[in-house]
Ligand binder design. Structure first.
Ligand code: HEC
Length: 248
């Protein structure tokens, strides 16, 4: 019986290890994204948004177009027609021709490569970041998760322009300061709030996938590993019963 308990315990441990996906999010204002990398249509939309709105500044140096095609169920023709508008080849990595020094002088900062951002920030953070741009009092763009970010809100015409409504908050030490209470949509965008949430979710899911393409496979394999373990535990138990019958 002890052995059975032990193997059940190990199975449970493995189960919990597989089902817990750790993402490095945290901090204020991070919302649940609902991003799902098993949703291929969402990844395809995310890839399209990314190529159209992000790749101009942010490379994905670890991702190749042909890998993307294979994982997202796209043909070479579809990728070359819809996702490549430079003279890149099918086997190339998703790089851009923007000069790093030039970018630095335009934005005061070089836009980082986003190959691994899905791992370091997690999809919830990315989703919230994309929805967290607003126009502050200076008339410039700001972001709730990355205050004074030097990235402009590149999706503003989809989301529209939000402006913050502040409220006073008094800390324990008695200081009063202003915090953002909520946003108002000062200028509507071409997408509704819900549509824009989906756009942000698709891009976040796409970046989560890019951060760890093997996750797609691993998730698929995981269920078989667990089924095997459960079956094996059962067989081990039957074997044990059989042995102990002789002992008694
Ligand atoms: C016009 C150039 C430009 C475009 C287009 C652009 N970004 Fe950025 N992005 C930047 C710059 C510059 C930074 C650095 C911001 C900073 O650290 O202040 C940045 C930072 C980021 C970061 C934060 C990285 C970190 O953790 O510090 C993320 C995430 C990001 N961009 C995602 C995107 C996504 C997704 C898109 C497409 C929807 C996009 N960017 C389009 C210029 C751009």
């Amino acid at each position: 019986m002890k052995k059975l308990t032990a193997s059940l315990f190990i199975t449970a441990l493995l189960l919990s290890a597989v089902s817990t996906t750790v993402s490095a999010t945290g901090g204020a204002g991070v919302e649940h994204s609902g991003a799902n990398i098993s949703d291929t249509a969402s990844l395809q939309r995310g890839a399209k948004w990314y190529v159209n709105y992000c790749l101009g500044c942010h490379t994905l140096s670890y991702m190749r177009y042909n890998r993307l095609a294979a994982d997202l169920g796209l043909s070479e023709e579809m990728v070359m027609q819809n996702l490549v508008d430079s003279n890149a080849k099918f086997g190339d990595t998703m790089d851009i021709a923007m000069d790093a020094d030039q970018a630095n002088s335009w934005f005061g900062k070089t836009p980082p490569d986003l190959s691994l951002i899905g791992r370091s920030r997690g999809s919830d953070w990315l989703y919230s970041y994309l929805r967290g741009f607003y126009k502050d009092e200076t008339g410039g763009w700001n972001n709730t998760l990355l205050p004074n970010a030097s990235m402009p809100h590149v999706l503003w015409h989809l989301q529209g322009i939000q402006t913050p409504v502040y409220r006073q908050e008094t800390s324990e030490s008695g200081f009063t300061h202003e915090v953002i209470d909520h946003f108002e949509l000062a200028t509507p965008g071409t997408q509704s709030t819900q549509e824009f949430e989906e756009t942000a979710r698709d891009i976040a899911a796409f970046l989560e996938y890019v951060g760890e393409p093997a996750k797609l496979k691993r998730k698929g394999v995981g269920i078989w590993v667990i089924l095997f373990l459960v079956l094996f535990t059962f067989i081990a138990y039957l074997l044990k019963v059989e042995y102990w019958r002789d002992v008694h």
